[in-house]
Design a protein around this ligand. Structure first.
Ligand SMILES: *[C@@H]1O[C@H](CO)[C@@H](O)[C@H](O)[C@H]1NC(C)=O
Length: 259
């Protein structure tokens, strides 16, 4: 619909349909046309920035839809995580939907090795993602089962969104497994309650709607499952966040690995 008015042949070219269109346009078209042109202009600007910056458009689109993805939040938080974990960020396992984008971005950082676990099917993966999967950097694996890695394989495990789709029964298995494969800690990114409504698309892709739990729920849960929150890391993180004026759009928890 937005394309029609800028097609000159339709607007001015042919005599029959064109005349009808023209008489209609006399009374209504100018404001409509200017709106359409403005929209096109905005789209062009967005496309321009997208070609330069990668995750920019995605971020914008996701905000517009009101669907706050904590996977995108991981990308925003990378500089803060670096300040918090120093060397730990140099070898990371990311677990969560859209793991390819996190891994691809981490690999752009200097001296950083990154692996990913994508818990859901990735039929719509782009060529870049398919290459990461083919090379074994990103694995597609059901996180209800133990991850195919040895204990303490990665200093840091970062998980985003994925836990919101697990019932406590599976959380009980999955979260300790993340602690098992990590050496220095697990960082959990999860939505704030009420942030995102359950969507039909979610259910078909993730098996169930996201359940966004409160920070009290999580804290109690960590205690119950003998996972220890790393207060030192949390403090460092919020200090660095404050210095960079970074306000997270997701809840972020720092857990210790098993000793
Ligand atoms: C999960 O683990 C905790 C702590 O071991 C236990 O209290 C709880 O009943 C478990 N929940 C489920 C659903 O298995």
């Amino acid at each position: 619909m937005s394309r029609r008015p800028v097609n000159p042949s339709r607007r001015y070219g042919d005599a029959g349909g064109g005349a009808a269109l023209f008489s209609l346009s006399k009374s209504r078209s100018p404001p409509l046309l200017s709106i359409v042109l403005t929209v096109l202009g905005v789209l062009l600007i967005v496309a321009f920035f997208h070609s330069g910056s990668g995750s920019g458009l995605k971020n914008l689109v996701s905000r517009v839809e009101g669907d706050f993805s904590c996977t995108l939040e991981v990308l925003r938080a990378i500089p803060i995580l670096k300040k918090t974990y120093g060397g730990g960020i140099h070898k990371v396992l990311h677990v969560g939907p859209d793991s390819c984008s996190v891994v691809a971005n981490l690999l752009k950082e200097e001296e950083t090795e990154a692996w990913g676990v994508e818990p859901y099917d990735i039929e719509d993966a782009d060529a870049n993602c398919k290459r990461l999967v083919r090379n074994g950097i990103v694995r597609v694996a059901d996180i209800k089962f133990p991850l195919p890695y040895r204990p303490k394989s990665f200093p840091l495990v970062i998980v985003s969104d994925a836990l919101d789709y697990l019932s406590p029964r599976y959380l009980n298995k999955t979260l300790p497994d993340f602690a098992r494969v990590s050496a220095d800690g697990v960082v959990v990114f999860t939505g704030f309650p009420g942030q995102r409504k359950a969507k039909a698309a979610d259910v078909s892709k993730y098996g169930r709607a996201a359940k966004l739990r409160s920070s009290t729920w999580w804290s109690t849960y960590f205690v119950q499952t003998s996972l220890e929150e790393n207060e030192e890391a949390a403090k460092k993180f919020s200090g660095a966040a404050e210095k960079s004026s970074y306000t997270p759009n997701c809840q972020i928890f720092h857990l210790r690995s098993y000793r």
